[in-house]
Design a protein. Structure first.
Length: 113
């Protein structure tokens, strides 16, 4: 079973005040016997993210590159498997929501969905 980088189209998103969030989407295909279902994992790398406002920031799930342009979202609300950023983050069917810290603190780390 191989891992395939789906090449998320969005190169990065800027934080509300500063920094970036870079998505990467990986697909784990089902094994050849069909006994193990495939799944995908999204990894978001936060670098110097800052939100010095009271407004939450929602990042939509990325899409893959042309010609497909598929939204790489989920059919049910996904779970966060890891969060090393120090930010409070929730998931929705439509994307990832970063709860506004309303602080000049910068955050770096990863979130795996």
């Amino acid at each position: 079973m191989g891992i395939k980088n789906i090449e998320a189209q969005a190169p990065s998103t800027t934080g509300t005040t500063a920094g970036t969030v870079q998505p990467t989407v990986l697909e784990y295909p089902a094994n050849t016997s069909g006994s193990l279902a495939g799944y995908k994992k999204m990894i978001f790398v936060f670098q110097g993210y800052e939100n010095d406002t009271t407004t939450n920031q929602t990042l939509p799930w990325p899409t893959n590159s042309p010609p497909h342009k598929n939204t790489l979202g989920f059919n049910a609300t996904p779970a966060i498997a890891a969060n090393t950023t120090g930010l409070t983050i929730t998931t929705l069917i439509s994307g990832l929501t970063i709860i506004a810290p309303n602080s000049k603190t910068t955050y770096s780390g990863i979130v795996i969905v």
